[in-house]
Design a protein around this ligand. Structure first.
Ligand code: BV8
Length: 243
């Protein structure tokens, strides 16, 4: 790994993760050649309009991904575990902001975590906004336990055209952080793809990209390390911890 700029021990760290951190746990990414968007169109399965038009097709898309993540016993990998270790051992705040809707970060032990695009292991009611954990298949026939109405349950994920979650808290953390690390994301989806520019504009944080290959926003990062997440993330965390 080329030179790692080590922050002060009390540095506040914000870490953005994308599908690339979960790839070696067995989940598909979105924009790699064999990725999800090579097999299905965003407009057909990941927008509110798609859900209105054909809810069962959208449910089938998320049922397949939830089943793959939850029932095939896929596990968090060394990259997820390294970030949990960093949070446990770092003297100041480490906030993980993930675009991923899987549960690998929490299962690896990360606690200070924002799922800005939601979680597919939860259902949200379109009628009353009640949110419940959900591990099996979901369909239009399911009844909301909050309001008792059928047909309103949707995966608790943020679709294209919808506002990501906890944006105020994220923007505040980006402005205040001393180190911003982006891991396993292609930098194509906003507002997440704009976080590095926000840190450079609003804050003073050192910016680092850890990815398999340069992302769309690679030139905006002050430091970068390329390789597979399970190799470069543990090595980067070890360098931060002075191991
Ligand atoms: C919003 C949840 C406004 C569901 C997702 C034109 C220009 C700019 C923006 C827009 C535009 N037109 C429309 C927009 C806005 C739009 C957008 O950005 N579109 C893009 C396509 C241009 N954004 C939105 O709609 C967002 N909302 O803007 O709201 C608003 C304002 C006011 C009021 C209301 C609304 C909402 C976006 C959220 C959409 N939901 N996911 C689901 O998961 O199904 S996004 C989806 O893409 C996933 O969350 C995913 O995480 C995210 C980003 O993808 P990546 O994680 O980066 O994955 P990708 O495959 O692309 O890249 C993987 C990377 O990993 C690669 O670089 C690869 O090299 C690397 N990698 C692979 N293997 C490894 C690895 N790295 C390391 N190790 C490995 N082993």
């Amino acid at each position: 790994m080329n030179r790692v700029t080590k922050p002060e021990p009390n540095a506040r760290i914000v870490i953005l993760t994308g599908a690339g951190i979960s790839q070696e746990s067995g989940l598909e990414t979105f924009r790699d050649p064999d990725g999800i968007w090579a097999k299905v169109r965003i407009e057909d399965v990941a927008t509110p309009e798609a859900f209105l038009r054909d809810p069962e097709r959208v449910h089938a898309f998320y049922n397949m991904r939830r089943k793959r993540a939850l029932t095939l016993n896929l596990e968090p990998n060394a990259a997820h575990k390294a970030l949990a270790n960093l949070e446990a051992r770092w003297d100041a705040e480490v906030l993980v902001v993930t675009q991923n809707v899987d549960s690998f970060h929490e299962r690896a032990g990360t606690t200070n975590l924002i799922h800005m695009h939601g979680r597919h292991a939860e259902a949200r009611c379109n009628y009353c906004s009640h949110v419940v954990p959900w591990v099996g298949d979901m369909s239009v026939h399911d009844v909301c336990e909050g309001c008792g109405r059928p047909g309103g349950l949707r995966p608790n994920v943020v679709w294209f055209g919808e506002m990501p979650l906890e944006m105020e808290r994220i923007q505040e953390a980006l402005a205040m952080c001393d180190l911003f690390v982006s891991i396993g994301t292609s930098g194509n989806v906003y507002p997440a793809a704009g976080f590095v520019a926000l840190v450079r504009k609003l804050g003073r944080g050192h910016t680092v990209e850890l990815n398999l290959e340069p992302s769309t926003g690679a030139s905006l990062f002050a430091e970068s390390h390329y390789g597979r997440a399970t190799e470069i993330v543990p090595r980067y965390v070890a360098a931060l911890l002075g191991a």
